[in-house]
Design a protein around this ligand. Structure first.
Ligand code: DC
Length: 221
């Protein structure tokens, strides 16, 4: 039987690394849905598009096949490898113009649904349990306080030897939450049947084990 684990939550809650590890342990495919929105923004920047030129942004989504290879570790659009580019601060900031475009969402949601048809998957994003895979066998809403999420991000940047300002990072986290939660189409929202997990005081392995237990029907909360 094909199984679908949907993991949603705000930026910085640890969805990506947790989902990747859950998928690895269960031998499911890991799908990073946010990477698809990021690809549209990266290509729009390459083309020098105005953020308000919604028709041109939509055209990118219509004309570029997006490939999430090797469990989403290699990300390509129209055959162009964008793996590193989509993580740049510039692309991160511009991605909201793809994510807030209802027509682009329709296209990407359809492609995401198709990926989950033939193999068991762990897919993470913002609207996976509510819109993309409403019949997922297991839904998780992964959360953490904005200050914990900002501190995690701050620690990552400092660990790379780069300068960081905790207050600015916290503000960026709050801004992104607001953009994600107030989007008219596909907003970040906990599905009624999702299990809520606050990871603020949990260790990484605890979160992974708990999700696997929930997906195996061993835990209900
Ligand atoms: O998870 P992420 O930070 O890589 O996502 C990048 C952006 O895409 C983020 O601003 C939210 C948006 N996104 C979305 O709207 N729907 C999804 N299913 C996944 C991401």
């Amino acid at each position: 039987m094909i199984k679908q684990i949907a993991i949603d939550g705000p930026a910085g809650a640890g969805k990506s690394s947790v989902a990747k590890m859950v998928a690895q342990k269960l031998n499911y495919l890991f799908v990073d849905s946010g990477a698809m929105y990021r690809c549209i923004a990266a290509l729009a920047i390459r083309k020098g598009l105005d953020q308000n030129d919604t028709a041109a942004w939509l055209d990118i989504a219509l004309t570029h096949k997006i490939d999430l290879e090797d469990n989403s570790t290699i990300v390509k659009a129209g055959g162009i490898d964008l793996t590193d580019e989509i993580r740049s601060p510039e692309v991160t900031l511009a991605t909201r113009f793809a994510a807030n475009n209802p027509e682009i969402r329709k296209i990407l949601v359809n492609r995401q649904r198709q990926i989950g048809q033939s193999v068991s998957i762990v897919m993470e994003g913002r609207d996976i349990g509510t819109v993309v895979l409403p019949n997922a066998t297991c839904k998780i809403y992964l959360d953490a306080s904005s200050s914990v999420r900002a501190k995690r991000r701050y620690d990552q940047i400092i660990a790379k030897g780069l300068p960081a300002n905790l207050q600015e990072i916290h503000q960026a986290v709050v801004d992104r939450d607001s953009s994600d939660k107030n989007r008219k189409v596909g907003p970040l929202k906990q599905a009624d049947d999702a299990v809520y997990l606050d990871t603020s005081d949990m260790l990484f392995d605890e979160v992974v084990d708990k999700i696997i237990a929930i997906s195996n029907g061993q835990l209900n909360d």
